[in-house]
Design a protein around this ligand. Structure first.
Ligand code: ADP
Ligand code: MG
Ligand code: ZN
Length: 478
């Protein structure tokens, strides 16, 4: 039997505010355990939560950037469950009145655009974190760090529109990119600012109804998300092929073993007994407020990609890379403004510059080679002062030393030899030294010319112009 995969994602995003959702404790990552706590986020009796307005506005921005309707009436609800990292015994979340509804995100899959619908985006607080003693040399003990309780989150819930692990990954890449472009979240996956639960089911091709799903919890890297879904699809397929049923359950992914395993079944699932939080007033959001926030939404990745293709005539592949972050796209546009050769700039950025950046894990925003420095180097190639192959070394040196291209070329004597008698001399030497190849060329073996040109380039340490060498060799041999 052939099966089709069906996936819906629930993504938790930490919103980039200075302080927590209902108190003024810092929301930053990396403080000493329990340093960022107060009676409110510790859930002491008698305290009152007050909503962080900045958080609400950034959440509205996230809704608008994903084409959600910002609902005029919002209410927080208590989601009740017991867990040691949840001091109040309930999490403040939204239930029947979420902030955003009916949005969508477009993804590109095999060159085609596909729309993934969003069910809702709602606001909630994060829970704390348990640190198990095994990792600290005290097995059997567990410690609680409440720094994360009350950190503001948005949960983005998709419709079950995704049809493969690859689509799920593409969706998450696009969502992350939108949240970064809008500066709603830093989306740092290692620090847990972006976490994903994947709901996965399979159904026989052609069947209308969805199959029974399992939920894979807390996937925090693109690699794990893809691997966990692929494993889960294979597991479910094998079960159905063997005549077994899928159990609805929550599963966890064990990255070391590359497998998912059951955490709890549907029967053990929580009954959250949601009810409106009586400590927080409902929030009314009027149109004017929504419009004010809409004005803060910048050009989004999808729009930018389309504009780059249209305005700069660069291939879709290049565009995808250049718009993968806003800072990379800005860098590119600053270069183009100084030197209107988009494809040349794109080639140098995607190749040599990104390779250097990758080596030390740097971001383009801190790139030691500024757009104008890169352009100065490209102008040296354009004017014939240096060859493209010499330029590669020059760029590396610029990256390391932050010197300008022209000063490196000057210091190291890398200028192309333009004096034709000097080039002729080298060409003559190469002809002398390679009589067999010269005969072969005369005998009609055209390919040998490339070898001879290479020899001249080598002898001149790359400082001759290949076109000119080509011409000279042909004249002299032919
Ligand atoms: P819950 O709140 O229990 O997690 P929801 O109905 O809100 O359940 O669904 C959560 C997610 O599961 C959504 O992203 C939805 O698209 C997805 N989903 C629902 N049914 C299926 C299914 N049969 N297969 C895959 N994903 C599903
Ligand atoms: Mg769920
Ligand atoms: Zn606090």
């Amino acid at each position: 039997m052939k099966y089709e995969t069906v996936i819906g994602l629930e993504v938790h995003v930490q919103i980039k505010t200075k302080t927590k959702i209902f108190c003024s404790c810092p929301a930053e990552f990396g403080a000493r355990p329990n340093e960022n706590t107060c009676p409110i986020c510790l859930g002491m009796p008698g305290v009152l939560p007050v909503l962080n307005k900045r958080f609400l506005e950034l959440s509205m921005k996230a809704c608008l950037a994903t084409h959600c309707t910002v609902e005029p009436m919002n209410r927080f609800a208590r989601k009740n469950y017991f867990y040691p990292d949840l001091p109040k015994g309930y999490q403040i979340s939204q239930f029947e009145f979420p902030l955003g509804t009916n949005g969508y995100i477009n993804i590109n899959i095999n060159g085609a655009k596909k729309r993934i619908r969003l069910t809702r985006i709602h606001m909630e607080e994060d829970a704390g974190k348990l640190i198990h003693g095994e990792n600290l040399g005290s097995p059997g003990k567990s410690y609680v760090d409440f720094n994360r309780t009350g950190v503001p989150l948005c949960e983005v819930v998709s419709e079950p529109d995704l049809r493969s692990a690859e689509e799920a990954r593409a969706y998450l890449v696009e969502l992350k990119s939108i949240l970064e472009y809008t500066e709603v979240s830093d989306c740092n996956m290692e620090e847990g600012s972006l976490r994903c639960d994947a709901n996965v089911s399979v159904r026989p091709v052609g069947q209308k109804e969805f199959g029974t799903r399992t939920e894979l919890k807390n996937l925090n890297s693109f690699k794990f998300i893809q691997k966990a879904i692929e494993y889960e699809v294979a597991r479910q397929t094998a079960l159905l092929d063997g005549g077994d049923a899928i159990k609805q359950e929550t599963r966890l992914y064990d990255a070391d073993r590359g497998e998912t395993f059951s955490m709890r079944s549907k029967e053990e699932a929580h009954d959250y007994r949601y009810f409106p939080d009586p400590d927080l007033v409902p929030i009314k959001i009027d149109k004017a407020w929504v419009e004010k926030i809409r004005k803060t939404v910048p050009e989004l990745p999808e729009q930018k990609r389309e504009r780059f293709i249209k305005n700069y005539g660069i291939p879709e592949y290049d565009t995808g890379i250049l718009t993968s972050s806003k800072s990379l796209a800005d860098y590119f546009e600053q270069c183009v403004a100084l030197f209107p050769h988009p494809k040349t700039i794109s080639n140098w950025m995607m190749g040599d510059l990104l390779r250097e950046l990758k080596k030390d894990g740097g971001d383009i925003a801190d790139c030691p080679v500024s757009p104008s420095a890169l352009v100065d180097m490209l102008k040296l190639i354009e004017s014939g002062t240096i060859s493209g192959s010499i330029a590669k070394g020059v760029l590396e040196e610029m990256y390391r030393t932050q010197k300008s291209a022209s000063s490196i070329v000057e210091e190291k004597g890398l200028k192309q030899i333009t004096d034709s008698s000097a080039i002729e001399k080298i060409v003559d030497e190469v002809i002398q030294a390679n009589p067999r190849q010269v005969e072969e060329f005369k005998g009609g073996k055209e390919k040998v010319l490339g070898f001879l040109v290479g020899q001249v380039m080598k002898a001149s340490k790359g400082k001759t112009n290949p076109g000119m060498v080509n011409k000279l060799l042909k004249e002299k041999i032919g």
